[in-house]
Ligand binder design. Structure first.
Ligand SMILES: Nc1nc2c(c(=O)[nH]1)N[C@H]1C(S)=C(S)[C@@H](COP(=O)(O)O)O[C@H]1N2
Ligand SMILES: [Mo]
Length: 333
């Protein structure tokens, strides 16, 4: 999503990523024995599925949720999960740099403990809440979703999270709440990409949803993936996941959730409004001005197995279509 330099950045990423993935695979293979010994998973099948995931200590707020997780609450059918190493080493998180390997390299600097989220705006119960308070009342569900980036690559990721609707209702939105605005943490001393000034983004990263989109049961707040907490590069400790929209809507490392009356100004829309819309629904018939959106590269891929598949309207989540009846999807891209 680098503005004006798409070819240069694409070439660079192709060269860098396979090496990063190769190295991390080797590391995970040697760690695989230890992952099972940790015994953090309630069911044998889950442990098998995620046997190659990096072992590590789990924070209390997460560990206490694991025995009651609703595994595979939503699946992607027969579609294979993207390997953990790819999902955690091919990332967009511009606060840590614009190359796909930068977040995995630099996001460990992000301090995620303690973490506070401010909930405010058109709500009866505003206030700062700790991460523990945000998560505590909710049962975690595993949602295996396709993630389709606007750059025409995609993955299949098993998130752990809960419906955003449940969290918003706790704050008791007023009748004036028509949109939800989300903000990412801004900590330049921890974020090499912010300090570099290279990406032209006016920080903090901001995203937004219409209230009915936010309340849709497919929209989740994610706190984990592959049976673990979120790695920093994937948006620890709390991020949005909206599977029928381009990946840039799924904002990471959230510190503020505001219910508002007016459509919020969002990061990519304000940077290049003719290229990135507020809605950003996945749509194979509405091309990006500089490339087609009809197909996508399902990662991992390579020169010899490009793994190109057709992109589907709403990323295959056709049940959201009723949210947009009467809306011209070409105009409101
Ligand atoms: N704060 C923040 N959130 C962000 C981004 C970002 O640069 N900063 N990139 C977005 C984009 S373009 C995509 S495709 C997804 C990638 O999520 P993943 O790295 O977990 O796959 O995160 C989204 N959320
Ligand atoms: Mo993206």
């Amino acid at each position: 999503m680098l503005i004006k330099t798409p070819l240069a950045s694409a070439a660079r990423e192709c060269e860098i990523t396979p090496e990063a993935i190769y190295l991390s695979r080797r590391r995970f293979m040697s760690a695989a024995g230890g992952a099972l010994a940790l015994g953090a998973f309630p069911a044998h099948a889950e442990a098998e599925r995620y046997a190659d995931v990096e072992p590590g200590a789990l924070p209390g707020w997460f560990a206490e949720k694991l025995p009651n997780v609703h595994w595979q609450a939503v699946t992607a059918g027969e579609e294979a999960l993207t390997p953990y190493a790819d999902a955690t080493h091919y990332n967009n998180f511009y606060e840590f740099g614009t190359n796909k390997g930068d977040p995995a390299r630099y996001a460990d600097k992000l301090e995620v403990e303690p973490w506070t989220v401010v909930i405010d705006g058109e709500v009866a119960k505003p206030g700062p809440v700790s991460l523990e308070q945000v998560v505590q009342p909710h049962r975690l569900e595993e949602r295996i979703y396709r993630l389709r980036c606007v750059e025409a690559w995609s993955m299949v990721i098993p998130w752990l999270g809960f419906p955003l609707a449940e969290l918003l209702k706790r704050a008791e939105p007023t009748g004036n709440a028509r949109y939800v605005r989300f903000e990412t943490k801004l900590a330049p001393e921890q974020m090499a990409g912010v300090r570099s000034g290279f990406s032209l983004i006016d920080w903090p990263y901001v995203e937004g949803l219409r209230m009915d989109e936010a309340m849709h049961p497919l929209t989740i707040m994610a706190v984990g993936l592959y049976g673990r907490t979120l790695p920093n590069q994937n948006g620890a400790p709390l991020r949005l996941v909206v599977p029928w929209k381009y990946g840039f809507k799924s904002i990471k490392s959230i510190v503020r959730i505001s219910m508002v009356a007016e459509q919020p100004t969002t990061t990519w829309e304000s940077l290049a409004p003719d290229e990135y819309g507020f809605y950003a629904n996945v749509n194979p018939q509405v091309d990006h001005p500089r490339w087609s959106q009809a197909t996508e590269r399902r990662l991992p891929n390579s020169l010899f197995s490009p793994n190109v598949i057709d992109t589907r309207l709403f990323n295959g989540y056709g049940e959201v279509a009723s949210l947009y009846s009467g809306l011209d999807l070409r105009k409101h891209y």
